[in-house]
Design a protein around this ligand. Sequence first.
Ligand code: GDP
Ligand code: MN
Length: 381
Amino acid sequence: MDLFEYQGKQYFARYDIPVSKGDVAVTVDQAVAAADAAGYPVVVKAQVQVGGRGKAGGIKLANNADEVRTHAGNILGMDIKGHVVKRVWVENASDIAEEYYASFTLDRGAKKHLLMLSKEGGVEIEEVAATNPAAILMLHIDPVDGLSAAGALKAAVDAKIPEKAQQGVADILVKLYRCFVEGDCDLAEINPLILKPTGEVHALDAKVSLDANADFRHPEWEEFKATEELDAREKLAREKGLQYIGLDGTVGIIANGAGLAMSTLDVVNQVGGTAANFLDIGGGANADLMASALEVINSDKAVKSIFINIFGGITRGEEVAKGIVEALGRVDLRAPIVIRLDGTNAEEGRSILANAGIPESKLTSKPTMLEAAEAAVALAK
Ligand code: GDP
Ligand code: MN
């Protein structure tokens, strides 16, 4: 779950990471009140989950209430790369001497935490990685050992952070690491991490992504869920209680079991197609669930064909078939279905489908996963 900058900063503040005084606002009047409380000059910042807000006109400096009015009025409702601005964050403006970059993520391959630290902050880290990779320190941290104060200071030195800022950066690294681990983040990023002319080091931006698997031990995440921005497909899937992740391809996927769903994505990819989604209808899926799954897939305008891949164990073939027949009666599917139905009661399922009077242009059945993938990908082209 991705947080907005203002939520990320609130999260950082719990771990004692210094951030600017500010408040969130959904109206111009609220923005002015927030600015009055933060103290001028202030920065008015669009709250959207996309980078490069500054270049898009979503970050403005304001010296007085009138300027806040103008900027907040312009920014609220603005469209930044397809994200409509519903809130602004207004904070006391900082003087910047230098801009650095710091983040913690999980390196699954190495089975370790990864610190990325650079004295070249303020620009997208991908840009630094492309133009000047030597400017990024990548340090693996064994989760058993953690990051000590001495380790953090060494990292700051190794990243060639100027001496005057090393201790301040190291202090923040230790706090940010604690936030990353105890706060159950997938990503905790500060860009830019600034050095002020006064010598203090300070988080000017916050990018935090929380690990949804740790949800059960964070009742305080409720407030973040309230503002979570899902795409329309994901929202519908959640309402229907489906395990769905939206992707950008053209073959809609329904499978039973997460492992089979992932294999299905791979096979579609292997035969030259692209998946529009991941959707696991789980073990024991019934007709109603299948109908809901098809409705969600059908809501995705990019879908050109639908690949239903069922290997029945607990899931029974005739239930799957009934669900498809029911769904075809309930919704007018825009894309044709290719089904591979195998396992428990597959014969019964196939005969239900064959006798339902569904035209060949709407549904075809294939005996293997590979043949079904090929047929679905051909239809999507
Ligand atoms: P992003 O571009 O969407 O990641 O937004 P950031 O919050 O990182 O801000 C982008 C840039 O705006 C920063 O790198 C700064 O150069 C500038 N900026 C943001 N806040 C302030 C501030 O308080 N004072 C000054 N002088 N510049 C700021
Ligand atoms: Mn930034």
